[in-house]
Design a protein around this ligand. Structure first.
Ligand code: B12
Ligand code: SF4
Length: 512
């Protein structure tokens, strides 16, 4: 019977997450009686498959009608090598690419000779239609919304597909990723290894942040799964894998307080004894009641990912984040009070961002950290503008050389050099790329290594190492500013200092 193969490349260094997008599409395929297999490869970005893996893949190809790849920009190279291999092996096989990169650059991806189809945005509906058409050997591709295909050598893009009824989506079929979860998904907490699982709770976010990809992928319409269905899935994962550390994959799980309250109450009633985390917005804490915070804590919430983006009011306004530094500080104080670790992520490289804005970001990072050493900071990461996003459109500058005219092969080689595949010098509105490079490089080291150790220890370590690092932290913060700074600079910058001395110095003097 005709079947489908899905392929996903994981980074060796990442905590191993289930490929949820593929799992959802595969679950829908099975509901439509189309057999499917998901193959997960855990590889470095330029690592090839082993001989055994190639052999196993060859055996999997019997009766396969199409192979789907889920591709972020960092996964292009590996996916391209394998697409090429499969095309050579079985030329009638349809190769389909979907996910973030093909959604952003559908034409350039579909133009590649090793890719037959691209699915833009959500894949569930278009992919099922495409597979059914391939099985029936019909070729009415123009009828499939969300599909990009080749017609007489030209790339044709159909209108977008309707959004999936995610609210009523079935619980994913975990049989399809069972071996992967058992072998790879772990979470380390306070010196112990736990099973780590994820539940996809909602799609879409009504906020208007101009840099955000979610608007492009899932739209502004919020679609939350019913609490009962989420709890049923958690129970299943708890029983099947003893999954006690659960990440809720969502853009805005905290959007409606009564929904959140219902979730916490039901979790407590079911006595599932899990630890869970997700992302939240800083304005959630504006009028949160002590009762809800206590409920969150009691239900097992122990960590929240909060987008801070910038410490500059000007930039926050410009990117329409609709939060202020004050709200961020308030959110950290409340989280710390209820023993929930907040993790703030920052960005830099925004259009119109000047030295004062960067200083404001570093100042806010320090301020948040001063609330408690357990507050965690990530970034500032370099801004990645996305075609189709509002910030990209607003830029109105010509940087098409970097984006638009780039072939898949060119993207594949770019990503070899950088995990984030973009350098400050690629973004023409950045006036001093070297300075931004240094900020992206040195600020996370300043905030996330030595100073962040208590956070790591709280999560992963034992009491002895905790006491040691609190001692070091106290020593460094109690000495004169210059001693602390020199020590941190020395510890974290030694390896980079040779090539960037001038700029480290500049940023130290200007921003330190
Ligand atoms: C959770 C997450 C992770 C997790 C898990 C990734 C995983 N296995 O799914 C981890 C921590 C591992 C991770 C790692 C990285 N991530 Co990440 N991550 C996310 C995040 C926050 C959510 C992804 C998600 O779960 N979406 C929900 C699912 C349902 O959506 P989906 O996977 O996109 O799938 C749907 C469609 O895209 C489509 N689809 C997907 N695949 C396919 C395949 C086919 C054949 C078809 C037809 C359709 C299709 O249908 C699916 C269902 O509707 C996104 C932000 C975002 N909103 O996308 C960033 C994001 C995807 N990550 C990003 C980045 C940059 C990274 C890293 C490079 C970070 C780093 N190291 O610097 C690594 C790369 C990992 C790798 N393997 O190479 C970027 C990608 C940008 C880009 N241009 O590619 C994003 C968009 C964040 C951002 N705003 O910049 N990430
Ligand atoms: S709140 Fe988060 S998910 Fe929603 S638009 Fe802003 S950045 Fe995107």
């Amino acid at each position: 019977m005709a079947k489908v193969l899905f392929i996903y490349f994981h980074n060796k260094d990442d905590l191993q997450h289930v490929p949820i997008g593929l799992l959802y599409i595969a679950t829908y395929l099975e509901k439509n009686n189309i057999p499917v297999k998901i193959i997960n490869y855990v590889k470095n970005s330029d690592e090839d498959l082993t001989l055994e893996e190639y052999r196993a893949l060859d055996q999997d190809l019997d009766d396969v009608v199409c192979v789907g790849f889920s591709v972020l920009t960092t996964q292009i190279q590996r996916s391209l090598v394998l697409s090429q291999y499969l095309k050579k092996k079985k030329s009638d096989l349809a190769i389909v690419w979907g996910g973030v990169h093909p959604t952003l650059f559908p034409e350039a991806v579909c133009a590649n000779e090793n890719v037959d189809f691209v699915v833009v945005n959500e894949g569930e509906i278009p992919f099922i239609e495409l597979t059914k058409m391939l099985i029936s050997k019909k070729k009415n591709f123009s009828k499939i919304k969300g599909l990009v295909y080749k017609k007489n050598g030209e790339v044709v893009q159909n209108p977008p597909a309707v959004l999936l009824d995610f609210v009523n989506s079935p619980i994913p079929n975990y049989n399809l990723v069972d071996a992967f979860i058992r072998q790879h998904s772990y979470y380390y907490f306070q010196g112990k290894k736990y099973k780590f699982v994820e539940v996809h709770t909602g799609r879409g976010c009504p906020y208007r942040c101009t840099f955000c990809l979610n608007d492009i992928l899932f739209g502004k319409t919020r679609r939350s799964r019913p609490v009962e269905s989420i709890i049923e899935e958690i129970k299943l994962l708890r029983e099947r894998y003893n999954g006690t550390f659960i990440k809720l994959r969502d853009e805005n799980f905290f959007m409606v307080k009564s929904y959140l309250e219902n979730f916490c109450d039901t979790l407590e009633k079911e006595n599932l004894k899990i630890k869970w985390w997700t992302s939240a917005r800083a304005n959630f804490f504006d009028n949160v009641t002590p009762e809800l915070m206590a409920k969150l804590k009691k239900s097992g919430c122990f960590h929240l990912l909060i987008g801070a983006e910038s410490g500059s009011e000007k930039i926050l306004k410009q990117i329409k984040k609709d939060i202020t530094p004050k709200q961020l500080i308030r959110s950290a104080k409340i989280c710390v009070k209820y023993d929930i670790v907040p993790n703030y992520s920052f960005m830099t490289g925004f259009p119109n961002e000047d030295v004062n804005d960067i200083k404001a970001t570093l100042k806010l990072m320090r301020r948040l950290k001063s609330i408690s050493p357990f507050v965690n900071i990530t970034g500032p990461h370099l801004l990645r503008p996305y075609p189709g996003g509002k910030l990209y459109d607003e830029l109105n500058v010509n940087y098409s050389d970097f984006f638009k005219n780039k072939t898949l092969e060119q993207w594949a080689t770019t990503e070899k050099f950088s995990q984030i595949y973009m350098k400050p010098s690629d973004l023409p509105w950045i006036k001093d790329p070297k300075l931004i490079e240094v900020i992206v490089d040195y600020a996370p080291r300043m905030f996330n290594s030595l100073v962040r150790v208590p956070f790591y220890v709280k999560f992963m370590g034992d009491l002895k190492s905790y006491a040691y690092f609190v001692g070091v932290y106290w020593f460094l913060s109690s000495k004169k500013k210059i001693v602390r700074k020199s020590a941190l600079m020395y510890l974290h910058l030694l390896d980079r200092i040779k090539s960037n001395l001038k700029y480290y110095f500049k940023s130290y003097v200007n921003l330190g």
